[in-house]
Every structure is written in C-alpha cells, then in structure tokens.
Design a protein around this ligand. Structure first.
Ligand code: SF4
Length: 244
C-alpha cells in the first residue's frame, strides 16, 4: 500500500472492537505514558484515548526539506500512507493536522494515500482531488445497526458511503477497504455490497477478514458479538475466511 507511513496520533477514538492496533508495539511499548495518563488497560480501553502528535506537520516539513533519497518500491510506489494505526480524520483536530501534512507532502510532490472511516475528509476536497492523492474509506458493511456493535464510535457506514459518493462526483481518486467482513455476511450479502461499492468506481477494492490478535476477541465478546469465539478458533477462522 505504501513505502512510508505517517501516524499522526497514538490511539483512535473510533474504538473498533476488532482493531488489532492496540496489540502492536506502537501501543504496547507506551506503558509508562499510559500509566501517567491513568489508563490502566490500553487494550480493553481502546477507543478511549488519543495522543495527538501536535508538532508533526512542522517536523515533517523540516525532514522533507532536507531529505534527498526517497524509497520507491514496485509495490509501495513511493506512497505515503496516512494512517496505519489511527484515523487521520477522526475529529476536527486530527483533520486539521492531516490537512497540513497533505499540503506539505504535495508541496514536495509526494504521493499520498488516505485511509479513514470518517467523512470529514470531504471538507478537504480542494486539496484531496489531486493526481497524487487517493482517498480510501473502510466500508466493510452498509448496515448502520450492526456497525454500532462492531465499530461503535466510528461514523455510520451510510455517512461514509455518502462521503465516497461526493468524492466520486468531484472526481477524487478513490479506493475502498471492505475490511473486515463480519462472519454473518454471506456470499449474497457480499455480492450486493460489492455492487454498491463498484457504483463508486474506486480504483481498488481490498478485502480483509477479522483477525484475532491481542485482546480484540475479548473486546468483541464484551460488545456482545457472538462470532468472537469462532474468530478465535483457527479452524473456524479459516472456514469463515475462505467462505468470504
Ligand atoms: S478506525 Fe482503524 S485504527 Fe481506528 S479503531 Fe477502527 S480499525 Fe482501529
């Protein structure tokens, strides 16, 4: 997906139950910071904390002004991804920082890939409708009710779909992450979903299963998601992944 990643924050207020970012070193290595902030269990409290890197735009500018070499692999194409471990448009503060970062990257003629669950990017169409930028939204389902259980604090899928449709109308380069698919989504549902996504003419659609990592199965259980047990069993997980 990229050769570089910029994560503008640690933590993510969308608090998706399946999210495995809290099991990564980006969160696991911050024990002392969490203790200082009174966060006892960063795994189970995922979605309740956000540490924004407020100076990241000025730091990026300084780095890019000096940088001579740029990695440009066959698969990554020199692209900078925002973000892999948080949502760049999760609220107005992160949206402001993301806008600054995108502007700096474009000034340096870099290619950018946005990945978000929030429609706030629509406010930045003036800079995002650019040949060097692709905007991706995670849209695993279009069922707003089910979404409240799975990704409780993220904007509703219906609002994400509307944002993608607006971007499409404005000529924005788009991609869609059908990720992750809940096990109750059967082949017919998946086909219907794909048809709706295809109507937006994204350049790429990619898919992912729910992967049990760290404490996400526990968070899914606490959210009342019955499929958490099957996701945690290797054999059942394989059957669900193949079926999807
Ligand atoms: S939006 Fe992405 S980073 Fe944030 S909680 Fe959901 S899956 Fe994790």
């Amino acid at each position: 997906m990229c050769d570089y990643v910029i994560n503008i924050a640690s933590g993510c207020l969308h608090g998706c139950t399946f999210c495995y970012v809290p099991s990564t070193p980006a969160i696991r290595t911050r024990t002392s910071q969490f203790q200082e902030q009174g966060i006892d269990n960063p795994q189970l409290d995922w979605g309740k904390y956000l540490f924004i890197r407020e100076n990241i735009a000025s730091q990026l500018k300084q780095i890019l002004d000096k940088k001579k070499k740029w990695i440009n692999t066959l698969s990554g194409k020199g692209v900078v991804l925002l973000c892999s471990g948080t949502d760049p448009y999760q609220n107005n503060q992160t949206a402001k920082i993301t806008r600054e970062i995108v502007s700096i990257l474009l000034e340096h003629n870099k290619r950018i890939r946005i990945l978000t669950r929030s429609p706030l990017w629509i406010n930045d169409l003036d800079i995002l409708c650019h040949k060097n930028v692709t905007v991706g939204m995670s849209l695993p389902i279009l069922d707003d009710e089910l979404s409240r259980q799975i990704e409780p604090f993220a904007p509703l899928p219906s609002s994400r779909y509307k944002a993608l449709a607006s971007g499409h109308r404005e000529g924005c380069r788009l991609y869609v992450a059908v990720a992750p698919t809940p096990p109750q989504m059967k082949l017919e549902d998946f086909k219907r979903h794909l048809e709706k996504v295809m109507a937006l003419q994204p350049e790429v659609i990619f898919w992912e299963a729910i992967n049990a990592r760290g404490a996400n199965a526990q968070r899914m259980r606490l959210a009342g998601l019955d499929f958490a047990d099957s996701i945690s069993c290797k054999k059942q997980w394989a059957e669900y992944s193949i079926a999807n």
